[in-house]
Design a protein around this ligand. Structure first.
Ligand code: ATP
Length: 373
């Protein structure tokens, strides 16, 4: 496909030791990160973790206290925002209400003194599939359409990096899902670096090639959506991306790549390759959808981990799956998502064995302060 933006070569976006302090409070803490050119990168984290501050430093709206920002072989740390080959799309669209859609998209080019804007504007409107609405005013557009126009208006400036600050936050769930797919399509088509800030793990997982999970101004873990989900490095990540059962365990030994631990007074196994700590107290994590329940111990496949003595305390039927909450004698609760395949649904009060394939568990460092999923 042709280069819709007609850009010059950019390069990787590199943040080096980026720190932002407000008085004695550190909002972004010694952040170093390389965002490869052309990737869809998500900064994911809870409110207040420093995502927006990081984005504002990249765009130049905020000066770092310490650190540098490089784009390709150019350092941009001290460049004014409008000198940087970077554009931002905000949650609130910020379209000009008195201009029609065509003129909104043309705005950046006109301001730079470009005379013949027609081809570029039409290309951009086609890219976001809204060419037929060129004569409308922003108020005559839906939220999703307005967000596409905001995107077209940013892309026409031929940035090397597009920053997206919770761009879908104002949309309802169904529209947000559609726009996630749409944004990913546009990013693939233009091949531009997108840096997307969100607190929504599903949104980050749907769109991003790489996710940086942020916590207290630092990167907790960096990786592809599948890596983060399958191999979370910390209990924070294990809970932030999806749900996890986190079970306090004590390592008993390791043989042939298999770690044996005890938990709830019973022996369980873990794949050593998926253990970040193999001595002392650890946390055994396992996703609810990797866990099953049975009323009879004999139904547990050979070699599987099994925890007995639990009781179903809650059952929710949600169509494709049934979710169980199983309480262990210690009071700790385990979450189980079972596909509905016509099996009997266990009622609250039923005593069950919770079991899973040992290769599906992961081991994390830590002993206490297990945050609830
Ligand atoms: P949200 O999703 O709520 O926007 P965020 O992860 O984007 O959260 P930031 O906006 O980057 O978080 O803010 C990080 C921290 O820095 C917050 O605790 C915030 O209160 C603080 N902060 C941000 N801007 C300022 C400022 N101008 N002065 C003082 N503190 C600030």
């Amino acid at each position: 496909s042709h280069d819709v933006l007609g850009r010059t070569e950019g390069g990787d976006l590199r943040l080096v030791g980026l720190t932002k302090r407000y008085g004695s409070f550190t909002a972004v803490d010694d952040l170093s990160l390389t965002i490869p050119q052309g990737s869809f990168f998500a900064l994911l984290g809870a409110s207040g973790c420093g995502k927006t501050t990081t984005l504002r430093m990249i765009s130049g709206l905020e000066d770092p206290t310490i650190g540098q920002i490089h784009l390709g072989d150019q350092e941009v740390t001290d460049l004014k925002p409008y000198r940087r080959p970077v554009n931002t799309v905000f949650q609130n669209y910020a379209l000009f209400p008195h201009l029609d859609i065509y003129e909104n998209v043309a705005f950046g080019l006109r301001r730079r003194g470009v005379k013949d804007v027609k081809t570029a504007v039409v290309d951009m409107l086609n890219l976001v599939e809204l060419g037929h609405l060129a004569k409308r005013k922003p108020t005559q557009l839906s939220g999703g359409q307005q967000q596409r126009i905001a995107l077209a208006r940013a892309l026409i400036n031929q940035p090397q990096v597009l920053l997206l600050d919770e761009p879908l936050g104002a949309l309802d769930l169904k529209l947000r899902r559609q726009m996630q797919i749409e944004l990913k399509r546009i990013q693939t088509e233009v091949g531009l670096t997108f840096v997307h800030v969100t607190h929504d793990q599903e949104e980050a997982m749907t769109m991003a090639d790489t996710i940086a999970v942020m916590n207290h101004g630092r990167i907790e873990q960096l990786g592809s959506p599948a890596e983060l989900y399958e191999n979370p490095a910390t209990t924070f990540v294990a809970n932030f991306l999806g749900q996890s059962n986190l079970i306090q365990a004590a390592v008993e030994g390791e043989t042939d790549g298999v770690v044996t631990v005890s938990a709830h007074g019973q022996q369980l196994k873990l794949d050593a390759k998926r253990c970040r700590s193999t001595s002392g107290k650890i946390i055994l994590g396992v996703r609810p959808e990797k866990v099953q329940i049975a009323t009879d111990r004999a139904d547990v496949p050979a070699g599987f981990n099994a925890l007995t003595g639990g009781k179903v305390v809650d059952t929710s039927f949600i169509g494709v799956s049934t979710q169980y909450l199983v309480q262990m004698p210690s009071g700790e609760e385990l979450s189980v998502f079972e596909q509905n395949t016509g099996r009997t649904i266990q009622r609250p009060g039923t005593e069950v064995v919770v079991y899973w394939d040992p290769s599906q568990g992961f081991g994390l460092e830590g002993t206490q302060d297990i945050e609830a999923g």
